[in-house]
Design a binder for this molecule. Structure first.
Ligand SMILES: Cc1cc2nc3c(=O)[nH]c(=O)nc-3n(C[C@H](O)[C@H](O)[C@H](O)COP(=O)(O)O)c2cc1C
Length: 199
């Protein structure tokens, strides 16, 4: 399988980087190919220009490559911290520019754009790994866990990726080394479940 792994965290020593590296190692050791993008490292430009909005618009080579990879992917892994209940802006821009009409979704014949879009992504499984500094119960009760809705419904559900699994690792700032090791082990187990070893 070909698995797209998208990471959005500016610090190469962060726990988010450890999550992404652990996921990639497990994906490869299970016999799959990883298309990896560290968005900060590659200085991904998150700004969607007016010229790029319409379906079928000509795309810069870097965006075309992202679109081709997400089209070819059999599975998707997203890794990012919770920033104000949202993905970091660089990742929001990746969604704006790459999860685009004609690539990730389309409106059906006769629909002027007000209807229910049809998902185009071949990938049927998406894993989202998040980190935060808020206790799980408080995140749910006070903030409503917006990242669950954003990724599960607004993005992957709309694009036809129905097998959705998300983990929020928290509280990172007070976590022990043993706890973080356990979390990385959870990542390996998730990869084994969703992208098992090739026989
Ligand atoms: C701009 C910014 C916004 C943040 N917003 C939140 C937030 O809304 N909720 C939360 O629990 N943590 C928030 N945090 C804390 C990060 O989620 C936390 O530092 C990160 O998940 C820890 O992972 P890391 O060690 O890989 O950086 C925020 C941090 C930054 C820099």
């Amino acid at each position: 399988m070909r698995i797209s792994v998208i990471l959005a965290h500016p610090d190469p020593t962060s726990f988010n980087h450890a999550i992404a590296q652990t996921a990639i190692a497990a994906i490869k050791s299970n016999g799959h190919t990883a298309f990896f993008h560290d968005l900060y490292q590659e200085q991904f430009d998150p700004i969607l220009s007016c010229e790029e909005i319409a379906k079928g618009s000509p795309l810069p080579a870097a965006i075309r490559k992202h679109c081709d990879e997400i089209t070819a992917a059999d599975g998707i892994v997203i890794v990012h911290p919770n920033w104000w209940g949202q993905p970091p802006a660089i990742l929001k821009g990746w969604v704006d520019r790459v999860i685009r009409p004609g690539v990730a979704y389309e409106f059906l014949e006769g629909d002027s754009g007000e209807g229910i879009p049809s998902g185009l992504l071949k990938a049927k499984t998406a894993l989202v790994f998040n980190t935060s500094n808020t206790e799980a119960q408080r995140e749910k009760d006070i903030f409503g866990d917006p990242l669950e809705t954003i990724w599960k419904n607004c993005i992957f559900g709309l694009c036809g990726v129905t097998n959705f699994h998300r983990r929020m690792f928290t509280v990172v700032v007070t976590s022990t080394e043993a706890q973080r090791k356990g979390w990385l082990n959870d990542i390996r187990k998730d990869i084994d479940i969703f992208f098992p070893k090739v026989k």
